[in-house]
Write a protein that binds this ligand. Structure first.
Ligand SMILES: CC(C)(COP(=O)(O)OP(=O)(O)OC[C@H]1O[C@@H](n2cnc3c(N)ncnc32)[C@H](O)[C@@H]1OP(=O)(O)O)[C@@H](O)C(=O)NCCC(=O)NCCS
Length: 197
């Protein structure tokens, strides 16, 4: 696995997301959503929705980080507990984005690494995500951090004349083999890694 990290631009710091970041986070997500390429949403969430999202994540102790340039949120990464079902508690769903002017400068990789480092402590043993097949930068970043492809939803989105597949990717939160998880038995296996419970 490539563990190399570019040094962050000097003006950027990465911190845990706090309710006080919600307004700027809302604007950042809206900006990336309105690009209509990378996120399923094509409009901003409301400030109230974003505030609630941050507060619930904070209360749940799940990883959520923002990249700040001064007070402005220029990137985010969170891993949330998406499935409200018994037996699904170890699954986290990752979401992230970096504002266009800040891309390609190491911000995304450092956000991702911080979130993944915090994932095991939050009880996640498996982190999954969905990414558009056309999103070469994101797929490359995820692969470089050990995410494998679990499946593809063919022609899942048709927007602005573009047909896009959704790629399902996931990785365990340990670097070792899944057997290091205690009291586990294999219940499923793919070509890239096993799921154990
Ligand atoms: C995907 C995204 C988060 C990456 O963040 P970033 O700050 O631009 O990425 P970094 O500069 O940290 O680069 C990390 C890695 O991403 C990949 N990458 C970044 N830009 C790339 C590009 N233009 N082409 C190919 N790979 C690229 C590379 O693997 C790179 O590693 P390297 O620098 O060692 O080559 C960012 O491009 C983004 O926000 N895109 C729009 C929103 C989005 O796609 N969110 C994810 C939805 S699943």
């Amino acid at each position: 696995m490539n563990t190399g990290q570019k040094p962050l631009p000097l003006s950027i710091s990465i911190v845990s997301t706090e309710p006080g970041h919600a307004v700027s986070l809302c604007q950042a997500v809206g900006e990336v959503a309105r690009e209509r390429r990378w996120l399923a949403a094509v409009e901003a969430f409301t400030e109230g929705e974003t505030q609630l999202f941050v507060q619930l994540n904070q209360a749940a102790g799940v990883p959520q980080f923002v990249a700040l340039s001064g007070p402005k949120v220029v990137g985010w990464c969170d891993i949330v507990r998406l499935y409200p079902y018994p037996g699904y508690e170890h699954n986290g769903r990752l979401g992230m984005g970096v504002l266009a002017p800040w891309r390609g400068q190491g911000v995304g990789r450092q956000l991702l690494d911080q979130a993944l480092n915090a994932a095991l402590g939050a009880g996640f043993r498996r982190v999954e995500l969905e990414v558009y097949a056309s999103n070469i930068a994101a797929v490359s970043l995820y692969q470089s951090r050990g995410f494998g492809v679990e499946g593809v939803k063919r022609a899942m989105r048709v927007l602005d004349g573009r047909v896009d597949d959704v790629v399902l990717m996931a990785r365990p939160t340990t670097d070792g083999p899944p057997e290091v998880l205690s009291n586990t038995r294999v219940v499923g296996e793919s070509s890239s890694w096993k799921v154990t419970l």
